[in-house]
Design a protein around this ligand. Structure first.
Ligand code: RET
Length: 251
C-alpha cells in the first residue's frame, strides 16, 4: 500500500499565520518607505518586494497551491520473503523555490548595496544564488529517490559557498572600507544572514532529502527561518539605515 506524507491542520494553520505576518510586515515596510525621502528609499523598495513575494507564496501554499506529490519507491527488506516495494508519496512545496529564486537575490542585493560590492561581484553572487535555488529544485524532484538527487544537492551547496565567499570576503572588505560603523553593522547583519541561511540546507536534508521530518515539521521549520530571514532581517536593516546616513546608496 502506498504511504502518503502530507500536511495536517497544524501545518495549514502555520502557513496562514506566516502569510498574515508577511502581509503585515509588507504594510509596515510600505509605511516606512512613505515616511522616507524618495532618494533614500532603495532598501525600502527591495525589502518590501521581498515580503510581498513571500506573502504570495505563503498564500499559495496555505490554499493548497504550489504543491505536488513526489513518489519514491522504497524496497521493504523482510526476511524469508522475496523483496517487495512500496511507494511513498510526499508533498513537495515547489512554491517555496519560486519564492526563493526571487527573494534570495533581493536579500543579497540589500547586503551587497550595504557593503558597496562591485557590479561584477553582485552579478556573481546573484547568479550563484539562482543556481543554488534551481539545482535545489532539481534535487527536490530528484527522480524517484535516486542518488543523483544528492548530486544536485551537492552542486547547490557549492553554489552556496560562492555566495558566502562574495559576502564574507568581498562584502566584508568593502564594508570595512566604508568606515567602522558600516563595517560593524555589515558584519552583524551578514553574520545573522549566514547563520539563518545555512539552516535551510540542513532542514532540506532532513525533510525533502531523507524524509525523516514530517511535512508539518518541515513547514514549521521553514516558517521560523522565513520570518527571521525576511521580516526580522528587513526591519533591522531599515531601522538601522534610518539612523546611519553612511549606508545611503545613490542609484
Ligand atoms: C537548498 C537545497 C539545496 C542546497 C542548498 C539550499 C539552500 C537554500 C537557501 C535558502 C534560503 C532561503 C531564504 C529564504 C527567505 O526567506 C535549496 C535548500 C544550499 C540558502 C533566505
Amino acid at each position: 500500500l502506498p504511504e502518503y506524507q502530507t500536511i495536517t491542520e497544524t501545518g495549514t494553520r502555520t502557513l496562514w499565520a506566516v502569510f498574515v505576518l508577511m502581509l503585515l510586515s509588507m504594510i509596515v515596510f510600505v509605511g516606512l518607505s512613505w515616511t522616507t525621502p524618495i532618494s533614500k528609499r532603495l532598501y525600502h523598495i527591495i525589502t518590501t518586494l521581498i515580503v510581498t513575494f513571500a506573502s504570495l507564496s505563503y498564500f499559495a501554499m496555505a490554499t493548497g497551491h504550489g504543491i505536488s506529490y513526489h513518489r519514491t519507491t522504497v524496497t521493504d527488506s523482510h526476511r524469508h520473503v522475496p523483496d517487495t516495494t512500496h511507494d511513498v508519496y510526499r508533498q513537495v512545496y515547489w512554491a517555496r523555490y519560486v519564492d526563493w529564486s526571487l527573494t534570495t537575490p533581493l536579500l543579497l542585493l540589500d547586503l551587497a548595496l550595504l557593503a558597496g560590492l562591485s557590479g561584477g561581484h553582485i552579478l556573481l553572487a546573484v547568479v550563484a544564488d539562482v543556481i543554488m535555488i534551481l539545482t535545489g529544485l532539481f534535487a527536490a524532484f530528484g527522480s524517484e529517490g535516486t542518488p543523483q538527487k544528492w548530486g544536485w544537492y551537492a552542486i547547490a551547496c557549492i553554489a552556496y559557498l560562492v555566495v558566502i565567499w562574495m559576502l564574507a570576503v568581498h562584502g566584508r572588505a568593502n564594508a570595512m572600507a566604508k568606515g567602522g560603523k558600516v563595517g560593524k553593522f555589515f558584519a552583524s547583519i551578514a553574520g545573522f544572514t549566514l547563520v539563518i541561511w545555512t539552516i535551510y540546507p540542513i532542514v532540506w536534508g532532513i525533510a525533502d532529502g531523507s524524509r525523516k521530518m514530517t511535512v508539518d515539521q518541515e513547514i514549521i521549520a521553514y516558517a521560523v527561518l522565513d520570518l527571521l530571514a525576511k521580516p526580522v532581517f528587513g526591519a533591522w536593516l531599515l531601522f538601522t539605515h534610518q539612523s546611519m546616513p553612511e549606508t545611503q546608496v545613490e542609484l
